[in-house]
Design a protein around this ligand. Structure first.
Ligand SMILES: Nc1ncnc2c1ncn2[C@@H]1O[C@H](COP(=O)(O)OP(=O)(O)OP(=O)(O)O)[C@@H](O)[C@H]1O
Ligand SMILES: [Mg+2]
Length: 257
């Protein structure tokens, strides 16, 4: 029996005549990196949007530790501990790296949800420490951990695409969470930064983080993921460990269509 932090059950979403997500079911095991892959338009980002509540679910369940979060508001879902990096960059270009990261800190709502949800809702260290340490200090530590302290006072519009991705990952990390979701973290990123992001994700897993990631770069995905879920036309067509996915004819067929 898998120890799933998140379970998707029979999820459906249509946009007009397009069935973007069609009876989709899968689980995300705690403490692992799970990859959601599939050809363009197969419904991956829509699944992320449904999980984070920015798109309304037609039918089906999204269970976060057995609590059905389908139909909750995005702010509530975020406060329940789902942190996300979007496919398109969402940094404030005229703010510095530090200022962008400052915006990621928790708010009073989380104390309410923590008391409501009880023990399983574990606040990560960054949030617990907020009272003791200054936010600036925490940001410094995060920047240091990724060796990007030199970027702290730069406006994010002056960063490279890959550097922005790193800052976005940091922002999602600072936001207290139990599940980190990344939509194409290395798309358009240079090979060096791609390696750095890979290292960062593996270090996060070693610290006990649970990560759900969408990525087209197969080389990256099959190296970093413990479990791979393949979507095509809104459905999960196959799932397994990277070695099984690499040679699966159904996967090749989906990408060749
Ligand atoms: N807001 C929307 N309105 C109408 N159609 C949408 C909307 N969002 C997604 N779709 C459609 O739903 C389908 C799934 O799109 P989605 O963005 O989830 O795919 P994806 O797997 O993330 O693709 P990619 O790999 O290109 O990012 C596509 O046919 C897309 O055009
Ligand atoms: Mg997408």
């Amino acid at each position: 029996m898998k120890n799933d932090i998140l379970k998707i059950e029979n999820l459906k979403k249509h946009f007009g005549g397009v069935l973007a997500v069609d009876d989709c079911s899968f689980g995300v095991e705690r403490g692992t990196i799970t990859a959601l892959i599939g050809p363009n338009g197969s419904g991956k980002t829509t699944v992320f949007n449904l999980i984070s509540g920015v798109t309304k679910v037609d039918s089906g369940k999204i269970l976060l530790n057995d609590l059905n979060i389908a139909h909750l508001q995005p702010s509530v879902i975020s406060n329940l501990g789902i942190s996300r990096v979007f496919q398109q960059s969402r940094l404030f270009g005229n703010l510095t790296v530090e200022e962008n990261l400052m915006l990621a800190f928790d708010n009073e709502d989380q104390k309410f949800w923590a008391s409501f949800l009880g023990d399983w809702w574990r606040k990560p260290a960054s949030a617990k420490d907020t009272a003791r340490q200054s936010k600036k200090q925490i940001i410094d530590e995060y920047l240091e951990s990724m060796h990007i302290t030199h970027m702290r006072d730069k406006q994010t519009r002056d960063l490279s695409f890959g550097q922005k991705r790193l800052v976005e990952i940091l922002r999602a990390l600072i936001n207290p969470h139990n599940l980190l979701m990344l939509d194409e973290p290395v798309a358009g990123v240079t090979p060096e930064l791609r390696d750095k992001i890979k290292k960062v994700l593996l270090e996060l897993k070693a610290k006990g983080e649970t990560i759900l990631l969408i990525e087209h770069d197969m080389n990256f995905t099959l190296k970093v993921a413990d479990w791979v879920i393949v979507m095509d036309a809104g459905q999960v067509i196959v799932e397994g460990i990277p070695d099984e996915i690499r040679h699966n004819p159904k996967v090749l067929e989906a990408y060749l269509d």
